[in-house]
Ligand binder design. Structure first.
Ligand SMILES: [Zn+2]
Length: 221
């Protein structure tokens, strides 16, 4: 499968790939969602499942899986990264064939080469500005500590700031609380004690995608 760009949104596809990020819950989801990044040597795609179908993503980084009858979306619409959604008709099973390693599947890029809505890995130095975000469930948007509507949303552990390599500087934010835990080495219950300086003290390698100038970090590598 290397002609994904020719596939229409809504088509059912088969894809064999390696799980490149541990399955995680998105920061904000109206339904109970789990997602992971999967790839072969040509394409990196997010796999997402909702509610009880999430059990199908009970896998670990490095596992090789074969998906049959997944629902494809992305590329043409270009408002999201390429995506395979699992539903009740989708079969996802472990595969046991010769296949490129996780390292070989991950596309490394300089920041100025990264296309919008494309998964890739970037290396560089983060400058952390914030470790909490606030999402108002009433207004369905990220807000300040107090939303315009008067609501005080629960803080979400989300590390954000800017990220630079030798080519460019962009915004970044972690895309799940588990990713923030991985980056900080701190559990979300203890997030207030995050040592921002230690995150910024060494180069970081992020797997994620760029969307409207912000790099959403799916996995800290
Ligand atoms: Zn609100």
């Amino acid at each position: 499968m290397n002609k994904l760009s020719e596939i229409k949104s809504g088509d059912r596809i088969a894809f064999t790939g390696r799980i490149l990020s541990n399955p995680k819950k998105p920061l904000v989801s109206s339904r109970n969602a789990v997602r992971a990044v999967i790839g072969d040597s040509e394409n990196l795609i997010q796999v997402i499942a909702f509610d009880k179908e999430g059990d199908k993503l009970n896998l670990k980084r490095g596992d090789l899986v074969k998906i049959t009858n997944g629902i494809f979306s992305g590329f043409k619409s270009a408002k999201q990264p390429p995506t395979i959604t699992l539903d009740s008709r989708t079969l996802m099973e472990k595969a046991d064939i010769n296949f490129p390693s996780a390292e070989e599947c991950i596309k490394k890029k300089f920041i100025d080469e990264v296309n919008d809505n494309e998964y890739c890995a970037i290396s560089g130095f983060p400058v952390v500005y914030r470790i909490f975000s606030y999402y108002c469930n009433r207004c369905k948007k990220f807000t300040d500590e107090m939303c315009d509507c008067g609501n005080f949303p629960e803080p979400i552990f989300r590390i954000s700031g800017v990220f630079s390599d030798s080519t460019k500087t962009i915004w970044f934010s972690t895309s799940s609380e588990e990713t923030a835990e991985d980056l900080s080495g701190i559990e979300k219950s203890n997030a207030v004690n995050t040592d921002i300086k230690s995150i910024m003290a060494k180069p970081q390698k992020f797997l994620g995608y760029l969307h409207e100038g912000n790099f959403y970090v799916e996995e800290v590598m």
